[in-house]
Ligand binder design. Structure first.
Ligand code: NAD
Length: 428
């Protein structure tokens, strides 16, 4: 699907409809699940450093909370739309269900570009977002977290505002907090590591050896950096990474055909995941166009940037060598591209399974925060691996048994669990 026509919410609904049809879901249940239960739209006034006042648009969408409080990140992005947030909230419902954690699906965002804002302005934005929605979120209602261009610092400002409004300490209100301030050890690694745990399992199933396998990754933010790190630790070689250059307003791909240590790149990457291309060139990286990450001769592609990055326009550029696409990002593959991947026999680890490590660890963080008892890092990482591995196994077992693609199998398991919850509660 072309970028102009792409609508993440339409994609999310179409994916759901397709599986709902296959599993024979009744009409009322379909209607209930193909749209959010609640959504909030609001304005956030911020006093800017230059003395002006700017009004930002903020959102929170709660797709479904039948299995537990809604859960999902807050994204800061200049191109944020309510439909993207609706889609992301819906995918969160399936994500929490597929890894079987007692949480529902939510998502939030603000249309803004934090790259051009001072820390003070960003703090005002975070506090303003909480002020607008403080009564409709909370540890037992809806628990936010970081997403694209938000981080632990933002989460702590949000927590502080929430606690000021509600007059108490509620560390379970938000996850992705700094370690030592209610955050969990292992949270920053969790999403990227989770992608590699399920990739490791997929390779085992396909009789591939992760050692000496090669990968190309799109994005070099939180998810991609830790995915690259663990993949390399397990013996894989990353040969290309692409990232967005905010000065040039375009992406570049950084390549070393012999493979590289991603920690070199981390040292020249800003907090928003943009790699300094002059410094990368000095370190011997080839600088290629942003889209080149997809056409590399590698065994594994890991899209870990944004949605709609593998589309009808570029899916045919994927090399014959590619055997697995592990979707680190949410919604990176359009439905028409997904069909092509299936026809070509490329094994897809679907987004809401592949990147569920983040929310799984957020759930661990919430448990630790609510009980005020914090676990060692090894314990967190071990529990994460166990949870991701068993979710992957359940999905591949169903896929094999019913001769389904992985995405449909993951949807079937997730939808079944959510339907069980809404029907047991007597909602439909
Ligand atoms: P991030 O902001 O830390 O990093 C995003 C990266 O994508 C940056 O390196 C940026 O340069 C790059 N990028 C943006 N546009 C690009 C383009 N056109 N081409 C190439 N690179 C581009 O974000 P993140 O937290 O790593 O999230 C990445 C994806 O993973 C998103 O889809 C997000 O919703 C999803 N996700 C994140 C988490 C999490 O815990 N952070 C959990 C689950 C899913």
């Amino acid at each position: 699907m072309s970028k102009a026509n792409y609508n993440a919410y339409a994609e999310a609904k179409a994916q759901f409809d397709q599986v709902a049809e296959k599993i024979g879901l009744d009409g009322a249940t379909r209607d209930f699940l193909r749209q959010p239960m609640r959504e909030y739209h609001f304005s956030i006034p911020v006093n800017m450093d230059d003395g002006s006042k700017k009004i930002f648009r903020g959102y929170r969408v709660q797709h479904n909370d039948a299995r537990g409080p809604a859960k999902g990140g807050i994204r800061f992005h200049p191109l944020e739309t309510i439909d993207t947030i609706r889609a992301l909230a819906m995918w969160m419902t399936w994500k929490c269900a597929v890894v079987d954690i007692p949480l529902g699906g939510g998502k939030g965002g603000i249309i803004c570009d934090p790259r051009g804002m001072s820390d003070r302005e960003q703090e005002q934005l975070c506090r303003g977002w909480v002020r607008q929605i403080a009564k409709d979120i909370g540890p037992c209602i809806d628990v936010p977290a970081p997403d694209v261009m938000t981080n632990a610092k933002h989460m702590l400002w949000m927590l502080d505002e929430y606690e000021t409004i509600h007059g108490g300490r509620y560390p379970g209100f938000i996850t992705g907090k700094p370690v030592g301030m209610g955050g969990s050890l292992g949270r920053k690694e969790a999403t990227g590591f989770g992608v590699i745990y399920v990739l490791r399992e997929a390779m085992r199933e396909l009789n591939m050896n992760i050692k000496n396998s090669t990968a190309s990754i799109q994005g070099f933010g939180n998810v991609a950096q830790y995915a690259a790190k663990l993949y390399q630790q397990l013996g894989g070689k990353v040969i290309a990474i692409s990232s967005w250059d905010n000065t040039d307003q375009q992406a570049y791909t950084f390549r070393k055909k012999e493979g590289f240590d991603s920690t070199d790149l981390e040292a020249i990457t800003d907090p928003f995941g943009s790699i300094d291309k002059e410094k990368a060139s000095g370190l011997g990286y080839e600088i290629l166009p942003g889209g080149a990450w997809i056409e590399q001769n590698v065994d594994v592609l890991i899209p870990a940037a944004l949605e709609n990055q593998i589309s009808a326009e570029n899916v045919h550029r994927i090399s014959k060598q590619v055997k697995i696409v592990a979707e680190g990002a949410n919604g990176p593959t359009s439905r028409d591209a997904d069909k092509v991947l299936a026809e070509r026999g490329i094994f897809v680890i679907p987004d809401f399974l592949a990147n569920a490590g983040g929310v799984t660890c957020s759930y661990f963080e919430q448990v630790q925060s609510n009980t005020n008892h914090y676990w060692e890092k090894d314990e967190v990482i071990q529990k994460l691996d166990t949870r991701m591995t068993s979710a992957f196994q359940a999905v591949i077992d169903l896929a094999r048994q019913k001769k389904m693609h992985m995405r449909d199998a993951a949807y079937t398991i997730a939808i079944d669990r959510v339907v069980f919850a809404i029907k047991s509660r007597g909602w439909v």
